[in-house]
Design a protein around this ligand. Sequence first.
Ligand SMILES: *Cc1c(COP(=O)(O)O)cnc(C)c1O
Length: 395
Amino acid sequence: MSKEKYKPSTELCHDGDSYFTHQGAIVPPIFQNSLFAFEDWDAISNAFDDPAESSIYTRGVNPTVKIVEEKIAQLAGGEKARLFASGMGAISAAILHGVRQGSHIVSPQQIYGPANNFMQDYLSEKCGVEISYTDGSLEAYKAAIRPNTSLFYLESPGSLKFPIQDLAAICKLAKAHGIKTIIDNTWATPIFQNALGLGVDLEIHSCSKYLGGHSDIVAGVIIGAKKELDQIQLREQAWMGAKMAPFEAWLLLRSLRTLPLRMKQHQESGLAVARFLEGHPKIERVYHPGLESFPDYELGRQQMSGYGSLLSFELLTEDIDRIKQFTKQLHLFKMGVSWGGYESLIYAPLISYLKEQTPEQFKAMGIAPGLMRISVGLEDVQDLMDDLSKALEAI
Ligand SMILES: *Cc1c(COP(=O)(O)O)cnc(C)c1O
């Protein structure tokens, strides 16, 4: 693409011509090959002089993957992006990059479960890494700093009750103490939250959610400074091996064309459903950062330019049979984990917790048994509200 700078929707719909000049194909082809052959000794030797940028082997640099990485880097305003086999592949690589034996991490409570388990159970046991949980406020992050604190983990908004951290202030504090910052920015996407611009070092997305958007890929990405991304690519990613497959990258490229359009609709429908639910007599409370009733509403408005459509709400009833009945009455909201796709979904966190806990213990954690998480898809929003309305009437 020319040096001119266009707006995201334009950039996402045009590809660079540096890689793909093949026969004028409008869609870049899939480089479905594991290795790249070189003309001679000198040519491959030169490639090894810059392993982070040279196509030698597909665990390193694959041209199809690279074109998507460049698009995402540009979209997020970062120097470089690196795609991973999953969001967790990206999260674990970024965390490992930010700690050493005996390091200390500060994190908000109730972050994405597997990320939490990786730090709290795995890294603590294997590497003596310590983790402190905060309420997410600047004061709490400040109070939690120790001499061995190397990493501030952020997830803003979170993905259950959507708590928001003051990113600019917390990142400023981190920089003053030489602490690295990582954000899981999956909920807002680069369309609605410019995390790197707010001072975060490494921005992560599960591309399995909005970036992919069609519930057909599992993928992740880290975006940040080239120096740091090169290190992650050549160490944590090359050695742990969570590389992105060319075909998945190609599907992701197709998805990115419509990301701004999809996010616009997700935002509009998500807010409409949130407002509808908030006014419903059988609902106790709705969690959506775009509702004026949301505790961090003002902070969210300051640092985001829009909203995702994953939201949660508490049914008034705490009777498990009735709660089950409600989910059963829904036809358009399918029961399932994950989110961010074209299709609407519902999940009750209670289902996972009941494996190990009683509803009373669940409540003691501050989560109501009737907490429902829904991902508002791209169906007609009136149909979605009618579906919810009928299911609510039935209980
Ligand atoms: C799904 C998810 C992840 C993990 O991504 P995978 O692609 O499933 O590995 C991380 N963070 C959040 C907030 C998620 O919802």
